[in-house]
Design a protein around this ligand. Structure first.
Ligand code: ADP
Length: 595
C-alpha cells in the first residue's frame, strides 16, 4: 500500500515507457470517477531489474470529496506473462510454418480419408478460393488417375509397415491445370488421435528442368556423335594430338595415308612417322604455337608410310585452349598431296625437257642466220646455201615439235573432246596408208594392207593420226626393200597372243570383256631393245639419242598415240626382237550400243 499527500502514485517505480499510459489509465480513479482500477505495467525493483506487475488500486476521499490516499496492491506477474508470451509465440510459429510452408500440407482423417485441414500453399496449388473447397474432400479426387480402393489399401498397408509412403503423381487443379507433385504421407498422433499428415511438393518445375537437362544431354550426345562421324568419315586425315605429340584420336583417312591401324597410331607420336628432315620445322611451329605467337600453322611435310615409302602431306594444325587460355591439344588435318607432288615433278621435268628440245633447233637457226648476217659467207654462195638449209630444217623441226607438244597437251588436258562417230575400220586403214605412201616410196619400202570390214565408234581423225605415226615410225626405222604390214583383227574378249619372248609382260593390257579390234603395224626394221619397250611411249623418249637428229623425230609420236588410244578406252603396246623388227599393237573396243 502506498499513499502520498503530493502524489498518491509512486511514479519513480514506474518503467519510463509505461509512464504516460499509466497516467492516463489512473486518472479516472484519482478524479473520483471510478472507485477502483486495475493497471498492468512494468516497474523498477530496488536492485534495478524490471518486473511486470498487476496493480489493483482504490482511492479514498474525505467527505468534502478530496483525495486522501490511494490503496494499491501489486502482484508480480513477470513469470506468468513470459510463459503466456512464449505460448503465444509457439502457436504463432506453428501457424506460420503451417501456412507459409512452400509445400502443400493436408491433415486427413485416416478412417474416412477426408481432408479436415490444409495450409495456404494447398489453396494456391489446387487453385481454389479458400480451403473450405478442399476440406471434406478426398485427395484422390484431384488426381489425374485417381487411386482405386485396392491401391488405397496397399498404400495404407505400406504406411503401417514403413511409417510413411511417398510417390510422384499427376494432379489436376480446380482450374484444370495439370501439375506433377511429390506426395509423402505419414501417420502422426496428435492429442491422442491418429491423423494422416500429407505433404505435396510441386515438382513441375524440377520435371521441366529435368526434361530440359535430358534434352540438352541428348542434343550434346547428338552433336558429339555428329562431330565423331564427321571426324571419322572425313575425306582427309584428321587427328587430335597431345601437346607432346602423342596421337589421342585418329580417323580412318589418316590410317589409310600412313598405313598404320588406329591401334598402332594411338599412343604413338607423330614425330615417329615424320621424315627426319621435316621434323625440326614442324617442332619449331609447335613451339611458336605453345608460346602463343600463333594459333595455327600449315606446312607440307613428308610422312613415313608403314611400308617405308614417303607420303607428302599438307598439314594444318590448330591448338585448342581452355577458358584460361592454357593449350590443351592440337587439332590436325593431313591431306595426302603425294599425287600433286608427283604431277608437279613430272611437270617440272616436262618443262625442262620441252625448253631444252625447243632451244636446240632455235640455237641452230640463230647460229646459221647469224653467220649469214655477218657477211662472212657473202662470197661463198654454196656455204651460204647450206646455212640456209640448216635454218629451214631446224625451223621445220621447231614447227613439228610445237605442233606435237600442242597436240599432246590438247589430248591430255582433256580440253578438247574427241569428236566421235561411226567409222569404217577399212577406210581408216586406207587413209593412213595413203598419207605415208609417198615417204614409203621414197624409202623404197613396201606397204601391205590387210583391210578389215568392221564398224567402230571412234574419232576417225585421231585414229588415222595414230596409225600414221606408227607407220611413219616403221618406215623411219626399216631398211630399204623391206615390207611393212598393216592389219586389223576382230577379237572377242581373249587376251592377245604372246608369241614374242621379248614382249614386256607388264605392257600387256588387261582387256575389257567386250569385243574389240586389234590393229597391228609390223616392220622388219632394227627392233627395239627389251628395256625400252615400255619407255618409248613416254614423252621425248627415244631408243637412241641420235634418233631425233638422224630421223627427224620429236620423241612425242608414241606418247600421242598412247593418249589417243587410251582416250578411246583401248591399250597400246609393242613386241619386238632386235634386228628382226617390231610389231606395234593397239586395241579399240567395239561399243555394241552405238555400232
Ligand atoms: P620419234 O618422233 O622419235 O619417232 P616416237 O615417240 O614416235 O618419237 O618414238 C620414240 C622412239 O621409239 C623412237 O625415237 C625410236 O627410238 C623408237 N621407235 C618407235 N617406233 C619404232 C620402230 N618401228 N622400230 C624401232 N624403233 C622405234
Amino acid at each position: 500500500p502506498t499513499s502520498s499527500s503530493q502524489s498518491p502514485i509512486p511514479w519513480q517505480f514506474v518503467y519510463d515507457e509505461d509512464l504516460d499510459r499509466v497516467t492516463v489509465e489512473i486518472t479516472p480513479l484519482i478524479n473520483g470517477l471510478v472507485s477502483s482500477k486495475s493497471v498492468q505495467n512494468r516497474n523498477y525493483t530496488k536492485d534495478g531489474r524490471v518486473i511486470i506487475c498487476q496493480w489493483y488500486s482504490s482511492a479514498v476521499f474525505d467527505t468534502a470529496g478530496n483525495l486522501i490516499s490511494v490503496l494499491s496492491f501489486a502482484q508480480d506477474i513477470t513469470d506468468r506473462q513470459q510463459a503466456e508470451w512464449e505460448l503465444r509465440q509457439q502457436k504463432e510459429l506453428r501457424e506460420t510454418i503451417f501456412n507459409e510452408s512452400t509445400d502443400a500440407i493436408f491433415l486427413v482423417d485416416p478412417q474416412t480419408l477426408l481432408i479436415f485441414d490444409c495450409n495456404r500453399r494447398a489453396v494456391e496449388l489446387f487453385e481454389v478460393e479458400s480451403k473450405t473447397e478442399l476440406i471434406g474432400k478426398e485427395g484422390r479426387t484431384f488426381q489425374r488417375h485417381p487411386f482405386t480402393s485396392k491401391e488405397i489399401d496397399e498404400i495404407t498397408q505400406q504406411m503401417q509397415q514403413k511409417g510413411f509412403w511417398s510417390a510422384e503423381l499427376e494432379y489436376i487443379s480446380r482450374q484444370r491445370n495439370s501439375f506433377w507433385a511429390n506426395i509423402a504421407a505419414k501417420p502422426v498422433k496428435i492429442a491422442n488421435q491418429w491423423i494422416n499428415l500429407i505433404r505435396l511438393t510441386d515438382i513441375s518445375e524440377q520435371q521441366a528442368a529435368l526434361r530440359e537437362r535430358k534434352r540438352m544431354e541428348a542434343a550434346l550426345r547428338e552433336s558429339e556423335e555428329r562431330f565423331r562421324r564427321a571426324f571419322d568419315d572425313a575425306a582427309i586425315g584428321m587427328a587430335l594430338v597431345a601437346l607432346d605429340g602423342r596421337f589421342l584420336q585418329v580417323n580412318i583417312a589418316l590410317c589409310e595415308i600412313t598405313g598404320y591401324s588406329e591401334a598402332e597410331l594411338l599412343g604413338n607420336f607423330f614425330q615417329d612417322i615424320t621424315h627426319p628432315d621435316d621434323l625440326e620445322k614442324d617442332l619449331e611451329y609447335i613451339r611458336q604455337v605453345l608460346a602463343g605467337k600463333c594459333r595455327t600453322y600449315q606446312m607440307e611435310k613428308r610422312y613415313i608410310h608403314k611400308s617405308g615409302h614417303l607420303v607428302w602431306g599438307l598439314l594444318s594444325v590448330s591448338v585448342v585452349k581452355d577458358q584460361q587460355g592454357n593449350c590443351l591439344y592440337f587439332v590436325t588435318q593431313i591431306q595426302d598431296i603425294s599425287e600433286r607432288h608427283k604431277i608437279d615433278r613430272i611437270k617440272d621435268e616436262f618443262i625442262s625437257i620441252v625448253s631444252h628440245e625447243l632451244r636446240t633447233p632455235l640455237t641452230a637457226i640463230r647460229g646459221s642466220l647469224g653467220i649469214l648476217e655477218s657477211g662472212v659467207l657473202d662470197n661463198r654462195p654454196e656455204k651460204a646455201q647450206y646455212m640456209l638449209q640448216v635454218a629451214v630444217k631446224n625451223s621445220d623441226r621447231l614447227v613439228r615439235l610445237v605442233n606435237d607438244i600442242l597436240d599432246l597437251e590438247r589430248l591430255e588436258s582433256g580440253k578438247v573432246k574427241l569428236v566421235m562417230g561411226k567409222c569404217q575400220v577399212e577406210d581408216l586403214m586406207q587413209q593412213a596408208i595413203e598419207s605415208v605412201q609417198a615417204i614409203a616410196h621414197q624409202a623404197q619400202i613396201k606397204l601391205e594392207l590387210t583391210p578389215l570390214v568392221a564398224e567402230i565408234w571412234a574419232s576417225s581423225d585421231t585414229i588415222i593420226q595414230a596409225l600414221t605415226n606408227l607407220l611413219s615410225n616403221a618406215i623411219k626405222f626399216s631398211p630399204a626393200h623391206s615390207t611393212i604390214w598393216l592389219s586389223a583383227e576382230r577379237k572377242n574378249s581373249e587376251p592377245p597372243s604372246q608369241e614374242n619372248p621379248n614382249v614386256n609382260l607388264q605392257a600387256i593390257p588387261e582387256l575389257p570383256p567386250t569385243s574389240y579390234i586389234v590393229f597391228q603395224v609390223r616392220d622388219q626394221g632394227r627392233g627395239i631393245p627389251a628395256e625400252k619397250l615400255e619407255t618409248i611411249f613416254g614423252r621425248f623418249q627415244q631408243v637412241d639419242l641420235s634418233d631425233s637428229r638422224q630421223k627427224g623425230g620429236t620423241g612425242l609420236g608414241l606418247a600421242i598415240c598412247k593418249s589417243i588410244v587410251q582416250q578411246h578406252g583401248g591399250k597400246i603396246w609393242v613386241e619386238s626382237a632386235l634386228g628382226q623388227g617390231s610389231t606395234f599393237y593397239f586395241t579399240l573396243p567395239i561399243k555394241s550400243k552405238e555400232v
